[in-house]
Design a protein around this ligand. Structure first.
Ligand code: ADP
Ligand code: MG
Ligand code: ZN
Length: 476
């Protein structure tokens, strides 16, 4: 039974740093150029070419480490990880092995069960590999991405569900975006995630055998891969078969994972210190300067929203994970006496409307001033929440003043009991069943009656007043 097991997940996230040039040469890192137009002898691994470390890479990696609560090493080094693959012309990748730049960090997330801290084991710097381009005439190599700087952020196996994995990657992305070290465009591959997953019987403290799913580059794939792999492992164990430690590939078309390589052909990378690169040494002054350059991070804003606007931790977390949304929220909330209405419009309707548009970037087509005005109309009771939704839909198409829109269409809320009472009486007369149900204690029947009355007002009735009138009629 799936419910007898829990999943244990650790994530390795690769993030491209947004330096203008590559990690060991002066080639451009710009995305989308024609194949092999951004390479040189250094990043193509020609014999005799010498790498020189781009200091901006160290600064960005240190900033990411500090923002993720890591201890930063004053002394670290770079190592060669040897393997052959056609997208890696040098036949080794420069990475960090036993002395990573950052260690022992953590990241706090919100879950349905409350806040949770996920440990970060280490963050190291390394270079990206090229790309294979499969065409109908064969496979080509594009080396533009060779030598693009990456940080790899390795989590502790602290994650227990797809929901937590998603929350972790979202929050990680937010922190990296706020810190300004990466553009984190998942669709361009500048943020990708390897999922390590094992299962164990609930209550068991030991770790099970894990599999690793490589290079998932969307939240949806991460969630689907986790759900499939959890079910697959549980099924294997229940059938008395062992889980094999291996690397698996997630296929987005079938939603399944497939074996790529097993432990038998486990890599032996023969790591050794790169003889062409001196150790990375950081002085205390430099660290202090970088520490001072870290801007207000999502958790700081979140704490402020909870305190200033009385938001729940979950709502506040939702708002801060997109910096553009947080900025937008602050501007709109500052212009209305009803910031809670801004929050509820954002976390329900606006997030829904945004999720319908394909772009990962967050562009809200309604100005903060107009949204603030809509919050005013809702907060002061001049319109009801259904009208609020309707107006927002119209403002999404054309960024107009909601007060003017409501006026033109005469959408003002009808709260006058003298106007509403006849409608209430009609509704009760037309729905004797619902009335009887309510009197027998079935309180849902009231909701149906309120809906009926609302329709009779063209959606403009005040649900609060309607409820009170209905109760008065039914109980009186
Ligand atoms: P490797 O370098 O071979 O990928 P690591 O031991 O560094 O292996 O672990 C990589 C990731 O796998 C980490 O995020 C870690 O938390 C996670 N991990 C390790 N063991 C398990 C396990 N049994 N179940 C789930 N995740 C695990
Ligand atoms: Mg790994
Ligand atoms: Zn180059």
């Amino acid at each position: 039974m799936k419910s007898d097991y829990e999943m244990v997940i650790g994530l390795e996230v690769h993030c491209e740093l947004k330096t203008k040039t590559k990690i060991f040469c002066g080639c451009s890192t710009a995305f989308g150029a024609a194949p092999n137009t951004q390479c040189c002898p250094v990043c193509m691994g020609m014999p005799g070419a010498l790498p020189v470390l781009n200091r901006q890479v160290v600064e960005y990696a240190v900033k990411a480490g500090l923002a993720l609560n890591c201890a930063v090493a004053r002394f670290s080094k770079e190592d060669r990880k040897n393997y052959f693959y056609p997208d890696l012309p040098k036949a080794y990748q420069i990475s960090q092995y036993d002395l990573p730049l950052c260690e022992h960090g953590h990241l706090d997330i919100e879950t349905a069960a409350g806040p949770k801290r996920i440990g970060i084991t280490r963050i190291h710097i390394e270079e990206d590999a090229g790309k294979l381009v499969h065409g109908k005439d064969g496979t080509g190599c594009d080396y533009n991405r060779c030598g693009v700087p990456l940080i790899e952020i390795v989590s502790e196996p602290d994650i227990r569900s797809a929901e937590e994995a998603r929350a972790y990657v979202r929050k990680l992305r937010a922190v990296l975006l706020y810190t300004g070290v990466s553009d984190c465009r998942m669709q361009e591959g500048s943020l990708r995630c390897d999922v390590n997953l094992s299962v164990r019987r609930k209550g068991d403290q030991r770790l099970g055998v894990r599999t690793e799913m490589k290079n998932l580059n969307s939240f949806q794939f991460i969630v689907r891969a986790i759900e499939y792999e959890f079910a697959r492992q549980v099924e294997a164990l229940e059938a008395g078969e062992p889980v094999v430690q291996e690397t698996r590939r997630f296929d987005q078309d079938t939603g399944k994972t497939y074996t790529m390589r097993t432990k038998e052909d486990a890599d032996d990378y023969r790591y050794f210190p790169d003889p062409d690169l001196p150790p990375i040494v950081l002085e205390e002054e430099e660290l202090a300067r970088l520490r001072d350059s870290i801007p207000a991070l999502p958790d700081e804003r979140k704490a402020r929203y909870i305190k200033d606007y009385g938001l729940s931790a979950r709502d506040a977390e939702q708002l801060v994970t997109e910096r553009a949304v947080a900025d937008y929220f602050e501007e709109a909330a500052g212009r209305t006496a009803y910031p809670k209405h801004v929050v509820s419009l954002l976390t329900t309707e606006i997030f829904r409307l945004l999720s319908l548009s394909p772009a990962e970037e967050t562009a809200i087509p309604v100005s903060p001033a107009h949204l603030a005005k809509l919050a005013d109309l809702l907060g002061s009771g001049r319109i009801n929440s259904g009208t609020g939704k309707r107006l927002l839909g119209q403002m999404w198409e054309r960024d107009a003043d909601p007060e003017q829109l409501a006026g033109e269409q005469n959408l003002w809320q009808i709260s006058d009991p003298a106007v509403l009472l006849p409608l209430v009486k009609d509704a009760l007369a037309e729905n004797p069943r619902s009335a009887a149900d309510y009197r027998r204690g079935r309180t849902q029947a009231l909701q149906a009656l309120i809906g009926q009355c609302l329709r009779a007002t063209g959606g403009q009735g005040d649900p609060q007043v309607l409820r009170a009138l209905l109760e008065q009629e039914l109980n009186g």
